[in-house]
Design a protein around this ligand. Structure first.
Ligand SMILES: Cc1cc2nc3c(=O)[nH]c(=O)nc-3n(C[C@H](O)[C@H](O)[C@H](O)COP(=O)(O)OP(=O)(O)OC[C@H]3O[C@@H](n4cnc5c(N)ncnc54)[C@H](O)[C@@H]3O)c2cc1C
Length: 400
C-alpha cells in the first residue's frame, strides 16, 4: 500500500536528516517501539525519562511514513465536535477526551521547548467557520458546549469574520489553545533527544513477531533477534492490527504547499482555518510564508494516483484558498496525496492488546494524529507504571 505520492514539503525543510544504523546484533530491551513516525518518536521521548530500556525499529527511514504527509495542525477540537461526542458517549467521557487533547497540545509545547533543535512549534488560534447557513446552529451548540466546559472560545458573526479575515462566512468559532508544527523536524529532534537518554534507534530494520521466550516477546529482523518485555505498535495506517481493521476506515486525501508570499495582512494571528463541511477544507501558514492547504478526501485507501489527478486537485486547493484570499499570488509548489485513517467513533486506538499481555498500540487515527499520539505516549507510559487514567484508557481501548 502506498502511504503517499507526489512532492512533499516537510522533508525539504531539513538539510541532512540524521541516519540511523541498521540492526546488526541480537538485542534485548524492556520496551520495543515498532515504527519510526510521529507516534514512535513521541513514545520514545516519553519513555526516555523512565527506567525502561527502549528500542525503536523502523523498516524504512525515520519520518518517511504518513507523518511526512501530515500538515502539522495541532488542534484540541476534533473532526467530531464536542457536542456531538457528548450526544454519542455522554458528557463525562466527551469532556475528558477533549481536555486530554488540550493537555496534549500543551505538553507538545513543553516538549518542543526542551529539544535540541527548532521544530516550528507556534501557538495559533483556530478559526472554525460554518460552511453554510445551515451549519450555524451546529456552531452555536458547539460554542455552548465548549464555553460551558471551560475551553477558551469566541463566537464570531459574519461581520466580525469580515473584520478579522476579510472574507465572508455566516459564523465561526475562534478557539484558543492550538498550535502548528513542522512534523518532520519534531520527529527528528524527539528521537535525537531520546537518544541522549539511552534510547536506541534502528532504521531499515523491519521486524516480524516470532513467538515468546519466557515472558519476553521475540521479534526477528534478518539474522537478528530482539527480545522485549513490552511492545508498542506505532505502525500507523500501514500495518493495521486485528480488530482495529473493522473499526477504522482508510481514505485518501490531498494537500499542497504554495510559494512563499510576503505577508498575510488580513489573516488575523495566522490562525489555523477549517470548516464545518465534511470532508473539510483547511489551511495554515508556514514559518517561511507559505500556505499549506488540504482536503478533497476520497473513500479510497491507496495514495497511488495519476500525476494529472494530483495536478487537478492541486489547482482545486489553490482555488479554495483564493475563495478566501483572492489577492494572494499563489501557485502550488508542492502537491501530494496520502492515505489517511479515521476511526468510526472518532477516537484513536491506544492501549493494550485484549489477549496478548505486554503488547500495546499507539495508533492516532483521525485528523489530530499528532495530538492523539502525544496523548497516547503519555497514557501508555502511565499504564506501564500502573498510574494511568482508567476512564480515558477504557475510552481509547483498541479492543473496544
Ligand atoms: C495528508 C495528511 C495530513 C495530516 N494532517 C495532520 C495534521 O494537520 N495534524 C495531525 O495531528 N495529524 C495529521 N495527520 C495525521 C498524522 O499524519 C498521522 O496520524 C501521524 O503522522 C501518523 O504517525 P504514525 O507514527 O502513527 O505513522 P507513520 O508516520 O506512518 O509511521 C509508521 C511507521 O511504521 C513503520 N512500520 C510499519 N510496519 C513496520 C514493521 N513491521 N517494522 C518496522 N517498521 C514498521 C512504517 O515504515 C512507518 O514509517 C495527517 C495525515 C495525512 C495523511
Amino acid at each position: 500500500m502506498s502511504l503517499h505520492k507526489g512532492k512533499l514539503y516537510w522533508p525539504e525543510t531539513i538539510d541532512e536528516p540524521k541516519k540511523y544504523q541498521i540492526l546488526d546484533e541480537d538485542v534485548s530491551c524492556d520496551v520495543l517501539i515498532i515504527g519510526g513516525g510521529m507516534a514512535a518518536a513521541l513514545c520514545a521521548e516519553e519513555l526516555s525519562h523512565t527506567r525502561f530500556k527502549t528500542l525503536v525499529v523502523e523498516k524504512g527511514e525515520v519520518a518517511k511514513g504518513s507523518s511526512s504527509a501530515n500538515t502539522g495542525l495541532l488542534q484540541f477540537s476534533n473532526d467530531k465536535m464536542l457536542h456531538e461526542f457528548i450526544e454519542e458517549i455522554g458528557e463525562e467521557k466527551a469532556v475528558r477526551f477533549y481536555k486530554s487533547c488540550l493537555k496534549a497540545v500543551e505538553e507538545l509545547q513543553q516538549v518542543a521547548g526542551t529539544l535540541p533543535g527548532e521544530t516550528g512549534f507556534i501557538r495559533r488560534p483556530s478559526l472554525y467557520y460554518a460552511s453554510t447557513e445551515n451549519d450555524v446552529s451546529k456552531l452555536k451548540k458547539e460554542y455552548e458546549a465548549l464555553h460551558e466546559h471551560g475551553f477558551e472560545v469566541e463566537y464570531l458573526d459574519s461581520e466580525k469574520i469580515k473584520e478579522r479575515f476579510g472574507f465572508e462566512k455566516p459564523a465561526a468559532l475562534m478557539t484558543h489553545g492550538d498550535a502548528e508544527v513542522n512534523p518532520n523536524k519534531l520527529i527528528h529532534h524527539l528521537l535525537e533527544s531520546a537518544e541522549t537518554r539511552g534510547v536506541k534507534v534502528y532504521e531499515n530494520t523491519e521486524v516480524t513477531e516470532a513467538g515468546r521466550d519466557g515472558k519476553a516477546y521475540k521479534f526477528t529482523s534478518g539474522d537478528y533477534t530482539i527480545r522485549a518485555e513490552k511492545v508498542i505498535y506505532c505502525t500507523g495506517y500501514e500495518t493495521v492490527p486485528y480488530r482495529v481493521k473493522d473499526l477504522a476506515d482508510l481514505n485518501r486525501t490531498y494537500a499542497i504547499a504554495t510559494n512563499p508570499i510576503a505577508d498575510f495582512p488580513e489573516w488575523t494571528y495566522r490562525a489555523l482555518i477549517w470548516e464545518t463541511k465534511r470532508p473539510y477544507f483547511y489551511m495554515r501558514t508556514t514559518e517561511d510564508g507559505r500556505i499549506i492547504a488540504g482536503g478533497l478526501d476520497e473513500e479510497k485507501m491507496d495514495a497511488d494516483v495519476t500525476d494529472e489527478k494530483l495536478e487537478r486537485n492541486g489547482s482545486r486547493l489553490i482555488n479554495r484558498i483564493k475563495e478566501h484570499f483572492p489577492d494572494y499570488e499563489i501557485q502550488a509548489e508542492y502537491k501530494w496525496c496520502a492515505t489517511f485513517g479515521e476511526s468510526e467513533d472518532g477516537l484513536p486506538f491506544i492501549g493494550p492488546h485484549p489477549e496478548k499481555e505486554g503488547i500495546f498500540y499507539c495508533l492516532g487515527f483521525g485528523g489530530n494524529g499528532t495530538v492523539y499520539s502525544k496523548l497516547g505516549a503519555r497514557l501508555l507510559c502511565e499504564m506501564f507504571h500502573e498510574e494511568h487514567d482508567r476512564e480515558l484508557a477504557e475510552l481509547l481501548d483498541p479492543g473496544r
